[in-house]
Write a protein that binds this ligand. Sequence first.
Ligand SMILES: *Cc1c(COP(=O)(O)O)cnc(C)c1O
Length: 354
Amino acid sequence: MGNKYWSDIVSELDPYVPGEQPKLANLVKLNTNENPYGPSPKVREAVIAELGDQLRLYPDPNADLLKQAIAHLYDMSVDQVFVGNGSDEVLAHIFQALLKHDAPILFPDVTYSFYPVYCGLYRVPYEQVPLTENLSLNVADYQRVNGGIIFPNPNAPTGQLLPLSDIESLLQHNKDSVVVVDEAYIDFGGESAVALVGRYPNLLVTQTLSKSRSLAGLRVGFAIGEPSLIVALERVKNSFNSYPLDRLAIVGGVAAIEDDAYFEKTRQQVIASREQLALALSSMGFAVLPSTANFLLVSHLTQAAAKLSVDLRARGIIVRHFNQCRIDQYLRITIGLPEQNQQLLDALQEILDS
Ligand SMILES: *Cc1c(COP(=O)(O)O)cnc(C)c1O
């Protein structure tokens, strides 16, 4: 692969492989942690209202309306907020602006698989810190020289939550490097580390509207931290793309954040479904990791995960199987609508009975 026109860095890249986005519409899609409910109806209204002649104009390069909505949500000031085209883009800028140093950065061995990809792209040295036997994160394992620390909370794909007291201990032991808490799933039951931002100048928290606000298709993510960290991200952003958020994303994102009633209702529905599904799967012989996310990581006591995944697919249901050591006997199942979760259980029962 590759040819003489490629730069060295391109030849060496090991790109992220996203979960499948199937073209078939009638599949039960439980593989990429999207929200089963649509976004707030107010998003639709706001986006339609923006669909006029103003689309000939560039959007606000600073997306101030969106930053204000996020700042207001968390009782922060606008200069503590950074926004990007999905939190993946925000994370990319973080790796380049704040995590690239001589010492290796640290992240768990089982975690969001985009982190090592960014390390490859930006040539950031890293070390993977093994999760404990039961796949939980032990902050004491992070007490070593590092150029930064990053992990999702709750972790992905395990769903396990680290309490704020552990995050605080991590911050206290790592005052010389940036600690990034990737809160893509925090709204499904965790307590946000944004509450610690004023006290720790080395803390950066990222979130996304893709999961709990049902807007994976609009691409809106953000980071909250000390203004000096935000300035570093703005410097990279303004050296890369002045307009990462288009006009529709800005107004749609604001509408989603402002519709608190809809947000509360749908996230509580997802949480309730998660607890029901966890119980049902346990009773079918699955070990279910405790999750505060919108997915479950499960392992069957007798059936191979790869085979279960193929058999589910044959029945029109897609879940995520990671062909990766330590979790190759697990399936990650996104919480769907109640009827989709039931279809999953029925299909699994059929497979187990056959
Ligand atoms: C989904 C996810 C993201 C990326 O979200 P986008 O905002 O859609 O780019 C980041 N981190 C983790 C752990 C995720 O699961």
